[in-house]
Design a protein around this ligand. Sequence first.
Ligand SMILES: [Fe+2]
Length: 216
Amino acid sequence: MVKESNRWMEASDVIPMFPSLVWKIQFEASLRDALARGILAALADMRRGLPPLEAGRGWQSGQAVHEREDFRDLVSCVRRGVTSILRFLRFLRIGDAFEITACWATVLAKGAAHKIHSHPNNFLSGVYYVCTPPGADAINFHDPRRQTAVIRPPVVELTADNTDQVVVKVRNGTLLMFPSFLEHSVDANLSEEERISVSFNAMFSSFTQQLSKPLW
Ligand SMILES: [Fe+2]
């Protein structure tokens, strides 16, 4: 007997499985401001002598800013975040054996975008947002299930269940973390101000020694 309903399919009739998780943490104002002071001073130091960024252009630091003393507080927050995710995913036994393999700052001037990409050879990646002016306060995540792009019927309403892209709004002090395989992109900065973020990758330290052994 089919139950009476205005909608044939209710949300309760759907079984979500194999979700793509993005973790979003908003730091409190005092921590956010303290981190921004340190990071912006460090970036000013790194960019000293460089010409101002032209519209449409971006700048990236080297990939080892996590080794700098002035990024120590951010690195500490990142390590706590990664540890929390490994605990959330019930990977706690190896949760204390990961390392940040790269960490770099990205500055996007007005009109600059970041094309779709992922971060291979790592387990988790993330971004900490330092300056996200209006019009430069989002990141796009793309459906990792490539098969879904083969047949794409037109939709009458875009929903979380039929979209191939999720736009996540961020603010100053937002820490986003996600699986490194999850493709993402950033639309052109619509603001007059620079969009400033710090990205990182994390990987299991003992991967070759312990995790890469065959499971069969
Ligand atoms: Fe990225």
